[in-house]
Design a binder for this molecule. Sequence first.
Ligand SMILES: NC(=O)c1ccc[n+]([C@@H]2O[C@H](COP(=O)([O-])OP(=O)(O)OC[C@H]3O[C@@H](n4cnc5c(N)ncnc54)[C@H](OP(=O)(O)O)[C@@H]3O)[C@@H](O)[C@H]2O)c1
Length: 338
Amino acid sequence: MKRSARIGVAGATGAVGLEMLRVLEERSFPVEKLTAMASGRFDSRTVGFGGADLPVVPLTEENLADLDIVLFATGASVSREFVPVATAAGAVAIDNSRMFRMDPDVPLVVPEVNPQAMAGHGGVIANPNCSTIQIVLPLEVVRREAGLVRVVASTYQSVSGTGVAAIEELADQSRAVLDGEPAVSGVYPTQIAFNCLPHIDDFDEEGHTREERKMIDETRKILGIPGLGMAVTCVRVPVFRSHAVALNVETEHPLDPDEARVLLSAAPGVRVLDDPESAGYPTQVDTSDTDDVWVGRIRRDESVENGLWMWVVADNLRKGAALNAVQIAELLIDELPD
Ligand SMILES: NC(=O)c1ccc[n+]([C@@H]2O[C@H](COP(=O)([O-])OP(=O)(O)OC[C@H]3O[C@@H](n4cnc5c(N)ncnc54)[C@H](OP(=O)(O)O)[C@@H]3O)[C@@H](O)[C@H]2O)c1
């Protein structure tokens, strides 16, 4: 890497923002100065970075000045307002919200899959949805070898995908249920403890959720296959961290499961764990706090001519959000002026 950079993290107190700070440190990202920003609703907060306690400052135009790269880990409405402020002040913004992902002028990037999309960016780069990120890595491997005809994905998404408040809600409800008390819901529409909700984000008129639409639209954009057949069901499960996806792929040409295992094992960012008889398959608990996209249960789908099943698990806060954003920043840093 060329030089050190002045980095801003917007939403630094949230589930993704806190993970961004960890990932920047762990990867020895060359940080000249770090500005940690959040809502300003609370006084005197700090976050740990580089062995020090950094003050959390409000996300304002003033605090966005003099930064090279701003990692946004804020919701869509906050990103809509402040990403343009950051870019007007001369920074490149890497945004984790859904706000800019489908803007044709904004690259939507997973560095192992489509780093070329960053060329000529206009100052904003979008980080995809967490479930999208983890499926496009194996899908790109399969696409290169055998072509893609249709993808069916069913997700099992952890509560940390909703943020800090949802992590607390699952913990509180679990304790309450075990103590024979009522489970009080605030973040989710109904009880999440010991329950699965086929409901992530709002429903549209056709009965799909926005999360399901995001996975379809973003996968097509990242892979550059606008007409890719896709069917998705997203489910929130009572798991704290890491998302799992049952991924069914129909390919143009045959792809033997053994060959798929070899190809996936060689792909950057992908780890194969596929010895099911000995419980050798990725789980959400085992993959939490890891960087790779884990693939197991690779097997033929015999109901179609060329079909393959995979079980794909990844830490939504790391590869699904913070790590992917920092990897984009690592690609950007070489283009910063000295
Ligand atoms: N969680 C995931 O796995 C995941 C994965 C991919 C993408 N994303 C996206 O990443 C973003 C953050 O998600 P999260 O899970 O980290 O949420 P979160 O835990 O709820 O954190 C939200 C952060 O935004 C800050 N914030 C809220 N209102 C603000 C305002 N008006 N001005 C400035 N900052 C404000 C909060 O600061 P305060 O502490 O001051 O309230 C907090 O730091 C969302 O767009 C989400 O869709 C999340």
